[in-house]
Design a protein around this ligand. Sequence first.
Ligand code: UD1
Length: 448
Amino acid sequence: MRYLEIAGRRPLCGELTIQGSKNAALPVLTACLLGDGPCIIDNCPQIQDVEDTLAILRMLGCKTERTGHTVSVDPSGMEKTAIFGPQAERIRSSVLFLGALLGRMGEAALPYPGGCAIGSRPIDYHLRALEKLGVRFSKSSPSGASGGASFRQTEGSDGEDGSGLGSDGIYASATRLRGAGIRLPQPSVGATENTILAAVLADGETVIENAALEPEIDELCRFLNLRGAKIRRERGRRIRIFGKQTLGPVRYRLDADRIVAGSYLLAGAACGGSIHFRNLPAEQLSALLAVLSRMGVQVAEDGRMCAGERPLAVENIATAPYPGFPTDLQSPLMAALGLARGESRIWERMFENRFRTAACLRKMGADITIEGSCARIKGTATLRGGAEVRAPDLRGGAALVTAALAASGRSRIEGYEYIARGYEDICRDFQSLGAEIRLTEDRDEKVW
Ligand code: UD1
């Protein structure tokens, strides 16, 4: 078993370059299968979710190549329409292959998507939106869906709610996709992306109302527009997509990952110190920067942050869709506020299980009480190392690393596989800031 060993209580000082964005890489790589010709993606992070997405593309018949942080995807040999296996079941974003496969091939079969267990994470908005474009869902494989899929029974996918999911996966087909007007019940990131991926090659015009505003959606649209698509954002959460016959090849560079940057800023706030971020996506982090300023942490426009020994408490922060405070930074914020002077309250409005991190932080000495969707955090002067804790999910893992970096003594954090889904090399990054952190493997010594 691999785990992180961290000796804490040191300020974080030094320079850092933030890796490419995970949540932009996943839809952009999926969108590579639309149209003709190879696409080259630069600044593509070396993380498990990206590797899983590339494995799915290969399963469909695409050729992929990686050299360092540059990835190429050539969809010209693509012939399959079914995806299956551990990669598809592991990542939430495998559901985006639904829209992309329907757009290119007119049919798709895939297992119910996985991802971090941060809440119930239904996909009803995705399915309803695709239905509006002319997609039909069935309980068995559409004719010709190839690939030998053998799906596992998945909880919640029995279609009893009329969602159209088969008992063991999602089967979808469309003779022709036609543009339509779609209103999402909530501004869902995944449902907005799935609709764009299907609508970009549909006949006619699609308008998505109440679309998500996350920067990763703009990246997907920018990528598709460079390939010849015509997608524009309009006022009031509206996206208009003019369907195209085909899309061409392109070379595209991904932005820096705003969530990785945000979690490192919060680690700096918890530990104190001064960090120079060479490529801080500050304009995408305005909600966090406002909270950091209330915590007494200064972040200059050129990406230099400076934090004192202990942050100040902050009352009433609620997670919300972009441009609100990101739910992905809620757990790292909770870890930093565990050390604040005074009492803070965080409201989690997006994913109900995201407070599971609190139990691990309590083991490290944090004083956190959960009441429904509200966490009350009484800041303490020191967190204790010495605890053995396990990351409950990807961002919860980053929160535990933050707490351990600020705690006295040595900590052991298990569940590295979650952290590796989104952080390229969290040890390298924090070591470059002077932290004592390393990835260790338990030797399974058997005595016969
Ligand atoms: C994406 C991000 C994730 C981030 C989240 C919210 C990726 C790969 N993941 O996840 O890191 O935490 O946005 O910013 O980009 N909902 C439904 N039905 C649906 C779809 C969503 O009820 O069909 C609900 C969800 O349960 C949640 C809310 O809508 O409460 C927003 O979820 P959504 O924006 O779809 O999140 P993801 O796209 O899964």
